[in-house]
Design a protein around this ligand. Structure first.
Ligand code: URA
Length: 200
């Protein structure tokens, strides 16, 4: 997978290579590849867990209920999909929306790493536990990891990483929205420091 991913010189090439890759069993139970959404030139990249039902049907990440919440969260700090790039730890829907296994995430990681290299974001926001484990290369749980900056390395690209709670978790646990809101303000402050502009 690493050698295949390394061949991609552009995101379009990477998408094509991934579409033809048969090494991860998730592909065979999914409707289609869910590669990315947003702006490939963005300075901020969001990494979620895995496509759900709507994403699998439409072929874009975060288009279901948690995506709608994600859009509202972004809007609250002046962002939208023209200013961020969005991908997932695995690009195919796990059957029945179960969490991707560590093996599945490991199999897809070379492609995610290459995707990060090609987008080269300055900030990476990981959404929820599995994405945070992948992005920060840690076994520490999301509730301990969230809200704190750390330099992260994916492939050969270094960025500032921040973890926050997954929108699907926030839908189930509205009381946790306060924590996510603090994380968003942390992100916004850093964007200002780095000269990354949000929207109106
Ligand atoms: N949840 C995710 O983690 N990713 C998606 O794309 C949709 C829902």
């Amino acid at each position: 997978a690493r050698a295949l991913a390394a061949q991609a010189q552009s995101l379009d090439e990477l998408r094509e290579i991934l579409d033809g890759y048969n090494g991860c069993g998730l592909k065979f139970r999914a409707t289609q590849l869910v590669f990315a959404d947003g702006n490939p030139q963005a300075e901020i990249m969001l990494i979620g867990e895995a496509p759900g039902g709507e994403e699998d049907r439409i072929g874009r990440p975060f288009v279901g209920r948690s995506g709608q919440l994600l859009d509202r969260m972004l809007k609250a700090i002046g962002l939208d999909r023209t200013r961020v790039y969005i991908a997932n730890t695995v690009p195919w829907r796990p059957p029945g929306n179960r969490a991707p296994t560590p093996e599945e995430m490991a199999l897809c990681l070379p492609f995610l790493n290459r995707q990060v290299e090609l987008v080269a974001p300055r900030i990476i926001l990981s959404l929820g536990g599995p994405a945070t484990k992948t992005v920060f290369n840690t076994d520490i749980g999301i509730l301990k990891m969230r809200g704190k900056w750390a330099e992260v390395t994916l492939g050969n690209h270094k960025a500032m990483g921040l973890a926050t709670l997954h929108p699907a978790y926030l839908l189930r646990t509205p009381s946790a929205k306060q924590q996510a809101w603090r994380d968003l303000l942390t992100l916004q402050a850093r964007m200002e420091e780095m000269g990354i502009v949000g929207g109106a």
